[in-house]
Design a protein around this ligand. Structure first.
Ligand code: HEM
Length: 485
C-alpha cells in the first residue's frame, strides 16, 4: 500500500538516512491537505474497542425488552425443571426466561457478555501500547486521561451489568461490595443504607440497573465524544522510521485507513457474535438465584474485576486498628486504597513523568520501549503487580483444581506481590540496556552476514552488511546524538 503524509504548513518532510519509497506520494498527498494515518497495528485497537461498544449497545437495547429490573420475589414457573417452584427475584426469573425461552435470547445475552469481557482487554491494550511508546506526552495528555476514564467506565459498566441477573454469583459479588462499603470509616453503615436502600439486598438491583443502562452509558458517550473531538484536532503520533519526523505523518491515506478500521470493526463484531452463539458464558440457571444468606465458594468475578477481589484476599484478615473509639478495618481499606492508587497512577502518569524528567516538549514521534528503560521497567512492574493481584483472585479455584492449600497460596502471593514488581523493573531495565547496546553495535558495525571469509594470510573473518535504512532510522531517532557524529 502506498504511504502518504499529512504535512504541517511550512514544514518539509526531512528524510534521515535513505529516501522512503513513498516520498513522491508524501508530497502529493501533503498538497491535498488531507490526513494520513500511521501504518501501525496498534491503530486498529480503537476499532476493536468501538466494535465491542457497538455490540454492547445493540445487544443491551435488545436485552431491555425482556429484562425486569426488580428484586420482588416471584415463584419460578419457566421451562427449567430444576428451578420450578423456587422463589427467585423477578430480575433472575426474567434473565433465565430470556436465556432459555426467548428466541435468540441466549445469543444476545452471551454476545453482550462476551463483548463486556473483550472491551476492557482492548482498552488495556490501548493503554499499554500508548504507555510503552510514550504516546501520553504532550500533546496527547488529555487523550490519555480520557482513555483511562473510558477504561474505568468500562469496568464500572461490566461490574454493574454482572450484578443484574441476580444469580448466586452476582449476589456473592454484591455481598463483597456491601462488606467494603460497611468498612468505610465512620460513615460505613450510613453509606451502605444509602446505596442499598435498606437491609441487604435492598433495592440494589433496580438501582444498578439505572446506573448500567442510563448513567454509565451517558457518561461514556460524553467521554467518547470528547475523545473524538480531541483526536480530530491532533496529528496522530507515529513510530520512528525513515522519513518520519516530528512534524509529518507517514502512513496510509485516510480513506485506506478508514477502510482498514471498518474491516477490523466488522471482523470483531462478527467474532463476538460467533462467540455469543457457540461459547457458554454465565449460565445462571446452573448457579441458581441469589439469596442473602448464601455466598458460594469458587465464585469467580469476570476477569477485569478479579484483581480487586485478589487485593482483598491478600490483605491480612483481622488487620484492624482502634482509633478514637472506632475501628479502622485496614484489611478492607488498604486494598481499596491500593486499587485506587494504581488507577490514579495510570491516569496521572503523564504528569508524574513530566515532573521527574522536566521534559515539557511536544512529542509526535513514538519511543521504542527499549529506549526508555525506566518507563518500560515501571510499566512491567505495574503489570506484574496487577497480574499477581489478578492471580490472587483465583486462589480458591487453584485450590480446587491443583490441591494447593488456600492459605499457602495467599502467603506466597503476598511475598510475590511485594517482590515481583521490583524484580520485573530491574530485569526490564537490564534487558532494555542490553537491547540498546545491540542496536548501537548494529548501527556502528552493521549486521552479521553469516558468511565466513578467509584472508590470504589465513585469517578468518565475517563480513558485516550495513543496517537497512528503515531499521537504522528507527534506532537513530532516539540516539541521534550518541550514534551519529
Ligand atoms: C460498556 C458498556 C456495557 C457493559 C460493559 C455491559 C456489561 C454487562 C454485563 C457483564 C451484563 C451481565 C450479562 C449476563 O447476564 O450474563 C450485562 C447485563 C445487562 N446489560 Fe449491559 N453492558 C453495557 C452496556 C449496556 C447498555 C448500553 C445497555 C442498554 C441500553 C445494557 C443493558 C443490559 C441489560 C438490560 C442487562 C441485564 C440482562 C442480562 O443480564 O442478561 N448494557 N451488561
Amino acid at each position: 500500500m502506498t504511504s502518504t503524509t499529512m504535512r504541517v504548513r511550512g514544514d518539509q518532510p526531512r528524510v534521515a538516512g535513505a529516501r522512503p519509497k513513498s516520498l513522491r506520494s508524501i508530497a502529493t498527498y501533503g498538497r491535498l491537505g488531507r490526513r494520513a494515518e500511521p501504518n501501525h497495528w496498534s491503530r486498529l485497537l480503537g476499532a476493536l474497542s468501538a466494535a465491542c461498544l457497538a455490540v454492547l449497545v445493540v445487544t443491551g437495547v435488545l436485552l431491555l425488552l425482556h429484562y425486569e429490573p426488580s428484586a420482588d420475589t416471584v415463584t419460578y414457573s419457566g421451562s427449567y425443571p430444576l428451578l420450578r417452584g423456587v422463589p427467585v427475584s423477578a430480575a433472575y426469573a426474567s434473565t433465565v426466561h430470556l436465556s432459555l425461552e426467548v428466541r435468540g435470547g441466549m445469543l444476545i445475552r452471551q454476545t453482550h457478555h462476551w463483548a463486556a469481557l473483550v472491551l476492557p482487554a482492548s482498552l488495556m491494550l490501548q493503554l499499554a501500547t500508548r504507555f510503552f511508546t510514550g504516546a501520553f506526552r504532550k500533546p496527547y495528555r488529555l487523550a490519555w486521561v480520557l482513555l483511562s476514564a473510558t477504561f474505568v467506565l468500562a469496568l464500572a459498566a461490566g461490574w454493574s451489568g454482572y450484578a443484574l441477573p441476580d444469580d448466586m454469583l452476582s449476589g456473592t459479588g454484591l455481598r463483597i461490595f456491601q462488606g467494603i462499603l460497611v468498612g468505610t470509616p465512620f460513615v460505613g453503615g450510613w453509606l451502605t443504607g444509602l446505596v442499598f436502600g435498606g437491609e441487604f439486598p435492598g433495592d440494589i438491583v433496580p438501582r444498578l440497573y439505572w446506573l448500567h443502562v442510563a448513567v454509565i452509558p451517558a457518561v461514556l458517550a460524553v467521554v467518547l465524544v470528547a475523545r473524538y473531538v480531541v483526536g480530530r484536532r491532533q496529528r496522530p503520533a507515529q513510530p520512528s522510521g525513515a522519513g518520519h519526523t516530528e512534524s509529518n505523518v507517514v502512513g496510509l491515506p485516510w480513506p485506506a485507513a478508514a477502510v482498514r478500521s471498518a474491516g477490523m470493526f466488522l471482523i470483531t463484531s462478527g467474532i463476538l457474535l460467533v462467540m455469543g452463539a457457540t461459547l457458554t458464558v454465565a449460565p445462571i440457571w446452573l448457579y441458581g438465584p441469589s439469596t442473602p444468606e448464601a455466598a458460594s465458594a469458587g465464585s469467580q468475578p469476570d476477569w477485569y474485576t478479579s484483581w480487586l477481589d485478589g487485593a482483598l484476599r491478600l490483605a491480612p484478615s483481622g488487620w484492624d486498628v482502634t482509633w478514637f473509639g472506632g475501628t479502622l478495618p485496614l484489611a478492607v481499606l488498604v486494598p481499596q486504597l491500593v486499587a485506587a492508587a494504581l488507577l490514579g497512577a495510570v491516569a496521572l502518569y503523564p504528569l508524574l513523568e513530566q515532573w521527574v524528567t522536566r521534559d515539557r516538549g511536544e512529542h509526535h514521534l513514538l519511543d521504542r520501549p527499549r529506549d526508555r528503560p525506566h518507563r518500560t521497567g515501571l510499566g512491567v512492574a505495574g503489570f506484574t503487580f496487577f497480574g499477581v493481584l489478578w492471580l490472587s483472585g483465583s486462589t480458591d479455584i487453584v485450590s480446587t483444581l491443583f490441591h494447593v492449600g488456600f492459605e499457602t497460596q495467599v502467603d506466597v502471593l503476598r511475598v510475590v506481590a511485594i517482590a515481583a514488581p521490583g524484580l520485573g523493573y530491574l530485569v526490564t531495565v537490564a534487558l532494555c540496556r542490553a537491547l540498546q547496546a545491540r542496536d548501537r553495535d548494529a548501527v556502528q558495525h552493521g549486521v552479521e552476514t553469516g558468511r565466513m571469509m578467509r584472508a590470504p594470510d589465513g585469517r578468518y573473518w565475517e563480513p558485516h552488511s550495513p543496517l537497512p535504512a528503515e531499521a537504522r532510522a528507527r534506532i537513530t531517532a532516539a540516539h541521534q546524538q550518541e550514534l551519529t557524529p
